[in-house]
Design a protein around this ligand. Structure first.
Ligand SMILES: C[S@@+](CC[C@H](N)C(=O)[O-])C[C@H]1O[C@@H](n2cnc3c(N)ncnc32)[C@H](O)[C@@H]1O
Ligand code: SF4
Length: 446
C-alpha cells in the first residue's frame, strides 16, 4: 500500500474531533442542575475564568449547518431568548463563590449579532453585575459576513469586542447555491474592510471542505481569495454530513458530495496553499499568521483545545450560558438543554437548565491530558502526563500506526511523524476509553 493509500485509510476512520475529553457523546443525564450548582459554588475564586455565550438563532439556516442553530424570523424570538440568557447569568452569578475575574469572553452561535448592539450591550451589562472583566480580556464573536456593515462593526468595537470570526465556508457561486448560502467574495471583502476600519483587525475566517459541488480547483480559487483578504487566522473543517440528525442537511444532495479520496485531496490543497502563503499550521485544522498568539503558543507547547477548536486560553474553567452551552468546570462538564424553547422555559421557571454532563475522575483527567497533548503538540510523554499507568494496551494498539510510519514510539514518548499529523485523531482515539462503544457516531478523520 502506498503512503497516500495508508493515509486515506486512516483518514476514513470515524473518530471524534476531541474538542473535549470525554467527548460530548459521553455526557449523560447523571449530571443535573444540583451538580452544576455545587460545581459552580466550588470554583476557586483566585483563578480567572472564561465565559461562553451561545446565541442559537440565525435569520436563515444554511443547508450544511451542523451547529445548534434555529431560524428566528421575528425579533421577539431572539428578545425572549436574550431575557433568558440574562436570567441565567443572574442565576449563575448568585451561585458563584464571589466576583470572579473573566479573562476571555466568547459569543458563539448561531449568529450572536442577531441580538443587535443593544441586546449584546444589555447582556454584557448583566454580566458586569456579577463578574469583573480583566482589562485585557479577549472578547470574541462569531459573525456572518452577510450581516456585517460599517455601523455594526463600530458598535461591536465600542462594546469591547476585539476578535471576530467570519463564516466564509466557500466562495464558489455553484457551491454557495448547493449549500443555500449566497455571499459573493465582494461582500466578504467589504465585511473585512468594515471590521478593519472599526479597529477589529483580529479576524478569523472559517472554511469548509467536502461540500457539495466543491472540487480541488474551486477550493484553490476560494483559498486564493481568502489569502488576499489576509485574515490573521483560518480554520478549515471537513463537512460533517449527518442528515438523520440535522433536518436542514437533507436539502444537500448526497450524490454531489465529494468522496473520501477527494476530501483528502481538498484538505491537503488547503494546507498547501496557506502554508505557501506564509501561514503557520496550528494543530490539524487551523492556520495563523506567524506573529499571531496561536502561532506563538504552538511551538512553546502552550496550545490548548476547547469546544471552539484551538486556543491559547489556558484558563481551566469555562462557564457556558445559553441553550446547548457546555461548562467545563474542575469537577466535570455540564451541558444545558439544547432545545431553545425548553431552555427558555426552564430558566423562566427559576432553575438552571443543565440536562446532562460528565463527572470527571482521575483516569478521565489523565487521558484528557494525553489526548490534548497529541491534538495540540502532536506528541505526548505518557510517563510525564500520567505516572500512575503504563498504557501497555494503548502502546500495543499504536504499533501498527508506527509500522505504517504515522508515528514513532520511544519508551513512553509518542510523536506523530510529519506525514502522520493529519490523522492524529486516530492515535488520540486509542486513549479514549469510551471508543469501543462509540465507533460509528463520528465524522471522518479528515
Ligand atoms: C456557528 S458557525 C459561526 C459563524 C456564523 N454563524 C456563520 O456561519 O457565518 C461556526 C462554524 O462551524 C462550521 N460548520 C457549521 N456546520 C458545519 C458542518 N456541518 N460541518 C463542518 N463544519 C461546520 C462553519 O465553518 C461555521 O463557520
Ligand atoms: S452556518 Fe452559521 S449562519 Fe449558517 S445556519 Fe449555521 S450558524 Fe447560522
Amino acid at each position: 500500500m502506498t503512503t497516500a493509500e495508508t493515509l486515506r485509510r486512516y483518514a476514513a476512520m470515524p473518530v471524534p474531533r476531541y474538542t473535549s475529553y470525554p467527548t460530548a457523546a459521553e455526557f449523560t443525564a447523571d449530571v443535573g442542575p444540583a451538580d452544576h450548582a455545587a460545581w459552580l459554588r466550588r470554583l476557586p475564586l483566585q483563578e480567572s475564568v472564561s465565559l461562553y455565550l451561545h446565541v442559537p438563532y440565525c435569520r436563515a439556516l444554511c443547508h450544511y449547518c451542523g451547529c445548534h442553530a434555529k431560524m428566528a424570523v421575528r425579533d421577539h424570538v431572539s428578545r425572549t431568548y436574550q431575557r433568558a440568557l440574562e436570567a441565567e447569568i443572574a442565576l449563575v452569578g448568585g451561585l458563584l463563590p464571589g466576583r470572579l475575574k473573566v479573562a476571555r469572553l466568547a459569543w458563539g452561535g448561531g449568529t450572536p449579532g442577531i441580538l443587535g448592539s443593544a441586546g449584546l450591550a444589555s447582556v454584557l451589562g448583566v454580566l458586569r453585575q456579577h463578574v469583573d472583566f480583566e482589562p485585557d480580556m479577549e472578547h470574541s464573536i462569531e459573525l456572518d459576513p452577510r450581516h456585517v456593515d460599517a455601523a455594526s462593526a463600530r458598535d461591536l468595537a465600542a462594546l469591547g469586542v476585539n476578535r471576530v470570526s467570519l463564516g466564509v465556508q466557500d466562495l464558489d457561486p455553484a457551491v454557495q447555491r448547493e449549500i443555500g448560502r449566497i455571499q459573493p467574495g465582494e461582500l466578504v471583502a467589504k465585511a473585512v474592510d468594515d471590521l478593519r476600519a472599526a479597529g477589529l483587525g483580529s479576524i478569523n475566517v472559517d472554511l469548509i471542505y467536502g461540500l457539495p459541488a466543491q472540487t480541488v480547483d474551486s477550493i484553490r480559487a476560494t483559498c486564493a481569495s481568502v489569502v488576499a483578504l489576509r485574515p490573521r487566522r483560518v480554520a478549515f473543517y471537513g463537512y460533517a454530513h449527518l442528515p438523520e440528525r440535522r433536518a436542514n442537511q437533507r436539502l444537500i444532495d448526497p450524490a454531489k458530495l465529494p468522496g473520501t479520496a477527494e476530501r483528502f485531496e481538498q484538505a491537503t490543497t488547503i494546507a498547501e496553499i496557506f502554508q505557501a502563503s506564509g501561514y503557520v499550521p496550528i494543530g490539524i485544522d487551523h492556520f495563523a499568521v506567524p506573529d499571531d498568539r496561536l502561532a506563538l503558543a504552538a511551538p512553546n507547547g502552550q496550545l490548548r483545545r476547547n469546544f471552539q477548536g484551538y486556543t491559547d486560553d489556558d484558563r481551566p474553567s469555562v462557564i457556558g450560558f445559553g441553550a446547548s452551552a457546555v461548562s467545563r468546570l474542575p469537577d466535570g462538564y455540564a451541558q444545558n438543554i439544547a432545545d431553545n424553547p425548553r431552555y427558555v422555559r426552564c430558566i423562566e421557571a427559576g432553575g438552571l437548565a443543565t440536562c446532562r454532563g460528565k463527572r470527571l475522575d482521575e483516569d478521565d483527567r489523565a487521558r484528557a491530558r494525553i489526548i490534548e497533548a497529541l491534538m495540540c503538540n502532536f506528541r505526548a510523554d505518557l510517563a510525564a502526563l500520567d505516572p500512575q499507568h503504563d498504557y501497555a494496551d494503548e502502546l500495543a494498539l499504536l504499533r501498527p500506526l508506527a509500522a505504517d510510519g504515522m508515528l514513532t514510539i520511544k519508551g513512553s514518548r509518542i510523536e506523530m511523524t510529519e506525514q502522520g499529523r493529519p490523522v492524529v485523531r486516530v492515535a488520540a482515539a486509542i486513549f479514549d476509553s469510551f471508543r469501543s462503544q462509540t465507533a460509528n457516531r463520528f465524522s471522518l478523520a479528515v
